[in-house]
Design a protein around this ligand. Structure first.
Ligand code: ZN
Length: 244
């Protein structure tokens, strides 16, 4: 089975459609949260994703839009984009955000899915090996998939040394999952933050147990034009070109 792994679409439909076209055929979609927030096409992104019948997690931006978390936690630009998103969404799409789970152990029993971290699924950023090490104690499966930082990365748990070791995810090279336990972030579809503005996604092959990470150029200017039309904050518009 081939499973498309995506995260942090952030209402960037142009990036999302580019990823879907590049990914080709797959059997399922696992989405690690933050479908909306920041970007200009929240309804379209939810509807496109829903049509794929995904396994989708809740992210902090999804929860902020439906007032499940306080907007005081957000910076002014993120807050403005959240309020704008709340006004745009149809009741049907707001309901869909409400039912997103915080944490999912998959039916395959090998994977735990979260947005932020296994310890604090909505909020914690796994930004380095020390935080990754702590979080290996908070899930039981061999592999954890997470999003939230918008930076593609792999952490391997080295039992003999009791440490988490970070590795870059090599592009277009199948990564063999195991024998170490792993935490993996596929990066962000709609707002990459590793200095590379291309959209990021990964494809999981459950037979060979490999994960292949991909970056793909999309029409950033098209998304930025829609953001300007919507009067979304200029800093959010500009950051897409820089990939941060
Ligand atoms: Zn995000």
């Amino acid at each position: 089975m081939k499973i498309l792994i995506i995260s942090d679409i952030h209402a960037n439909l142009v990036a999302f459609e580019t990823v879907l076209a590049d990914a080709g055929e797959f059997d399922h979609v696992w989405c690690l949260g933050d479908v909306v927030g920041y970007g200009p096409q929240p309804n379209e992104c939810i509807e496109k994703l829903r049509a794929l019948k995904p396994l989708c997690l809740a992210g902090n931006h999804d929860w902020a839009v439906i007032e499940k978390i306080d907007l005081g936690e957000f910076n002014p630009d993120a807050r403005k984009a959240t309020l704008w998103t709340r006004e745009q969404l149809t009741p049907h799409n707001l309901d869909w955000l409400h039912q997103l789970p915080e944490r999912v152990p998959t039916e395959l029993e090998k994977f735990t899915l979260v947005h932020g971290s296994p310890r604090y699924p909505i909020w914690e950023y796994v930004l380095g090996p020390a935080i990754a090490r702590i979080n290996f104690d908070y899930f039981d499966t061999p592999i954890c998939l997470m999003g939230h930082t918008h930076v593609p990365v792999l952490y391997r748990f080295k039992t003999e040394d009791d440490i988490a070791v970070p590795e870059a995810l090599a592009e277009n090279t199948p990564l063999i999952l195991g024998p170490d336990r792993m935490m993996l972030n596929p990066g962000s579809v709609g707002q990459p933050r590793d200095g590379d503005p291309r959209a990021a996604y990964a494809m999981l092959d459950t037979e060979s147990l490999t994960l292949t990470s991909t970056r793909i150029e999309y029409d950033i200017a098209a998304t930025q034009a829609l953001m300007r039309d919507a009067e979304l904050p200029a800093r959010l518009v500009n950051r897409l070109s820089a990939g941060w």
